[in-house]
Design a protein around this ligand. Structure first.
Ligand code: GLU
Length: 301
């Protein structure tokens, strides 16, 4: 039996629901969903009482931790009050199933290193932020999914693309990546790079552009977004050398939430909303729409 049911027998696609965007409070948060929601916002969803989903649906709003500086994935465009990107679209899909329209999502900026503490300390309800599912993370938070699989690559200056062409060329090379990410761990432990840690990938890209480091490494999907912003100078090189399975972070131990998120992800694969989300974001950056991945079973309680 499904752990939740909705009253939305008429699966109304709510176009134009989210016209009222609210202002960014200038504090790493914003509310609003852009011009309109392309996804179903369930009318009066019903959840078993006492569940986190019931509380969120009742409350009518949700706080979601997302990246603000990753083009194609999660980015707050200058002067805007709501972020854009594939993770943002996934967040709208999930919120819609809780009966929450995009204008009632509070977007909280998260960086790689504060995703677990934000969930553990209830700063956010969910994290949807290029968040790879790992055993270490699952010791302290829950992660449902994956909803997308990518892999780690390298971003280099155009003139270096023949000398730094893949992970085997990294021995002793100054490589920027982000504290708390899988990327910095892999490149340091497995490829002997000389790591330069920063808080964000956009800071790393600036280091590459001003010659302070010679490569930036993280997931290919993220790097392609930066390369697209400076195509004359930056290039993504080499094969993918890790598997990054993006999951939705929730509070550890919330078994009903895991099932709700997993069902919502699987339904989005089936009803076309995942495709819409991908094609309107990473697809626009030239990433080919992959087959949706298979989701993991939720941990038994
Ligand atoms: N997906 C990787 C991770 O979760 C790298 C990207 C990021 O830091 O957000 O660590």
């Amino acid at each position: 039996m499904r752990p939740f049911r909705t009253k939305a027998l008429v699966g109304a696609l709510t176009l134009g629901l989210a016209l009222a965007a609210c202002g960014d409070d200038g504090n790493g948060t914003g509310t609003g969903g852009g011009a309109e929601s392309e996804y179903e916002v369930v009318d009066n969803p019903e959840f078993e009482s006492g569940t986190t989903m019931a509380d969120l649906a009742e409350q009518g709003n949700i706080t979601i931790g997302v990246k603000f500086d990753q083009p194609g994935i999660g980015q707050m465009p200058p002067g805007e009050d709501a972020p854009v990107g594939f993770d943002i679209e996934m967040a709208k899909i999930v919120a819609g199933q809780l009966g929450i329209s995009p204008d009632n999502i509070e977007w909280k900026e998260t960086v790689s290193d504060n995703r677990e503490p934000f969930l553990q300390n209830d700063v956010v309800d969910l994290v949807i932020a290029s968040y790879s599912i790992t055993e270490d993370r699952q010791k302290v938070v829950g992660q449902a999914g994956p909803y997308y699989v990518t892999g780690q690559q390298l971003l280099v200056r155009e003139e270096d693309k023949d000398t730094i062409a893949g992970p085997d060329d990294l021995e002793g090379v100054k490589v920027c990546s982000v504290t708390g990410s899988t990327s910095i761990q892999t490149v340091t432990e497995e490829y002997g790079a000389d790591p330069t840690p920063f808080d964000t990938y956009s800071a790393c890209v600036r280091q590459l552009q001003n010659d302070t480091v010679d490569a930036v490494t993280t997931d290919g999907a993220i790097l392609l977004g930066y390369a697209a912003q400076d195509p004359d100078n930056l290039e993504v090189v080499g094969p993918e050398f890790s598997e990054e399975r993006y999951g939705i972070g929730y509070s550890k131990g919330d078994a009903e939430m895991c099932q709700f998120l997993t069902d919502t992800i699987n339904n989005s694969f089936e009803n076309g909303s995942w495709n819409t989300a991908f094609e309107s974001t990473l697809g626009q950056a030239g990433v080919e729409t992959p087959e949706p991945p298979e989701t993991d079973p939720c941990p038994s309680a």
